[in-house]
Design a protein around this ligand. Structure first.
Ligand code: NAD
Length: 484
């Protein structure tokens, strides 16, 4: 079987301890992953630390940026290889892997090369108490070794969101991809090597969280900052570990995202938008909508039509023609989603559509598939309405007045995204101004300019990521003042 090794100081590093990567499409093992023990993780951090004082640390910004451009070119040249491993790991339809998972990841390396060149220092010319003048100016320098801990839902893109700005700002990296989706981070190591990124700048360690590579990485005090994307509870654990030594954290966490659909909304746009926001990538996008609030006059029609849209979604493997929705990422995760649907039934919810495991009559029956699922009738206190499920599931609730919708939509400890559908511009902006979330969409979903900042409020995150904000996070600022 295919072996996936760690990557340290420009070399593949195998360990005595392997675990299987299981295909979410068939349930069969597809690769053996070499788990990093504490010594292997420490070796990766030491390599990253040493690389800061090697050629990378002395490399002029322009040359660093050229390397980032070459990384983007090489990712695109090896697009088919990247698409193959992302499809194998996640089970996502090929077109989505190509355009979003890999295409946008390549874009980020170019974008951060451009932004790093324009990452401006500041200068202040000021009066001194003795009647003279002084000049204060700032410069940015890299923080050092960055721990990049990534989730499984969009593996390559979410890793690139960390690696590209961290490298653009001159840092070195130890990446810890999810144990469920280890392959694209490893392929990226091949790209780094082939375009001439100095050894030790980008390292990969494989393994799990607790008592494995993730935890060991957070316990190594030579890592100066962590960029983490994953569950809110894991974020809290990482923040606690980073507090030892007061190391910095940037946390992109979970969500329980609402959409408010007013009766005057353009339903021709709402249905494709809502279907995408609930079911694309099998609901495994942190930006996905799991709570829909629909104004009473269109509620019945809305539920019926969205159920129709859901029932028409073609489910299957990544490379099947016309497939819109793949499996969940793993059987473990499907268990969690099924448990959440059962809890919704127990709490009085009605499953309007879905909730079942589809039958194919072939090897896909061994996969982690589930139908898109629409539930109604739950109270706002139900755990299904309060807690992130992270699957192709959504709950629809009617409302009468704008204030009621705003209250229900914001009655959550999370604050990642909100979506508002209305043709009344004033209402749209009024409601948008009351949403406590980092990203708010009006009459669209998931339109993103990657230069724009992105942050999670409340349980959804700490810090702001995206364009310049990421470069700031991965830099330390020094101010020099001189009397002139
Ligand atoms: P997770 O928290 O289980 O794991 C994420 C990563 O952390 C994995 O690499 C895992 O091995 C590692 N990890 C787990 N425990 C650890 C520990 N104790 N110490 C160090 N590392 C540890 O998350 P997941 O299940 O992989 O991803 C799904 C979650 O990610 C969802 O909650 C989703 O909303 C969230 N997410 C958020 C964003 C965002 O931008 N806000 C984007 C994508 C996903």
């Amino acid at each position: 079987m295919k072996q996936v090794a760690n990557f340290i100081n420009g070399q593949s590093v195998t360990t005595g301890n392997t675990f299987e990567k299981i295909s979410p499409v068939t349930g069969k093992p597809v690769a053996l992953i070499h788990e990093a023990d504490r010594a292997t993780v420490d070796q990766a951090v030491a390599a990253a630390d040493a690389a800061m004082s090697g050629p990378w640390g002395k490399m002029p910004l322009a040359q660093r940026c050229q390397l980032l451009y070459k990384i983007a070119d090489e990712i695109e040249r090896r697009m088919d290889d990247f698409v193959a491993v992302e499809c194998e790991d996640v089970g996502v339809p090929e077109a989505m892997a190509r355009t979003i998972f890999i295409g946008r990841a390549a874009f980020l390396f170019r974008m951060y090369a451009d932004q790093a060149r324009e990452h401006l220092d500041q200068a202040y010319n000021f009066d001194t108490p003795d009647g003279g003048r002084a000049l204060a100016y700032t410069y940015h320098r890299p923080k050092g070794v960055i721990g990049a801990i990534a989730p499984w839902n969009v593996p390559m893109l979410l890793l690139a969101f960390k690696v590209a700005p961290a490298m653009a700002a001159g840092n070195t990296i130890v990446a810890k991809p999810s144990e469920v989706t280890p392959q694209s981070a490893t392929l990226l190591a091949e790209v780094m090597k082939s375009v001439g990124v100095p050894d030790g700048v980008y390292n990969v360690v494989h393994g799990f969280g607790r008592e494995s590579a993730g935890e060991y990485l957070t316990e190594n005090k030579s890592v100066m900052a962590y960029s983490f994307t994953g569950e809110s509870t894991t974020g809290a654990v990482i923040m606690r570990a980073a507090a030892t030594g007061l190391r910095d954290v940037s946390l992109e966490l979970g969500g329980k995202n609402p959409a408010i659909i007013f009766a005057d909304a353009n339903l021709d746009a709402v249905f494709p938008g809502s279907s995408m926001s609930c079911f694309s990538n099998t609901g495994q996008i942190c930006l996905s909508t799991e709570r829909l609030y629909v104004q009473r006059p269109i509620y019945e029609e809305f539920v019926e039509r969205l159920a129709g849209v859901a029932s028409a979604i073609k489910i299957g493997g990544p490379f099947e023609t016309g497939v819109q929705m793949g499996p969940l990422v793993s059987h473990n995760h499907r268990e969690k989603v099924i448990t959440a649907i059962e809890s919704a039934r127990d709490e009085g919810g009605q499953v309007v559509y879905g909730g079942e495991i589809p039958e194919f009559g072939d090897e896909r029956d061994g996969g982690a598939f589930i139908q898109p699922t629409i539930i109604t009738g739950l109270p706002e206190s139900a755990s299904f309405v309060r807690n992130e499920v992270f699957g192709p599931v959504t709950h629809i609730q009617p409302f009468d007045e704008e204030d009621e919708a705003v209250h229900m939509a914001t009655n959550t400890a999370y604050g990642l995204t909100s979506t508002i559908w209305t043709q009344d511009i004033s209402c749209g902006h009024r409601v948008a101004s009351q949403m406590k979330s980092g990203l708010i969409w009006l009459n669209s979903w998931q339109l993103r300019d990657l230069r724009a900042p992105f942050s999670g409020h409340g349980l959804s995150g700490v810090g702001t990521q995206g364009g310049r904000e990421s470069l700031e996070f991965f830099s330390d600022v020094s101010t020099v003042t001189l009397k002139i």
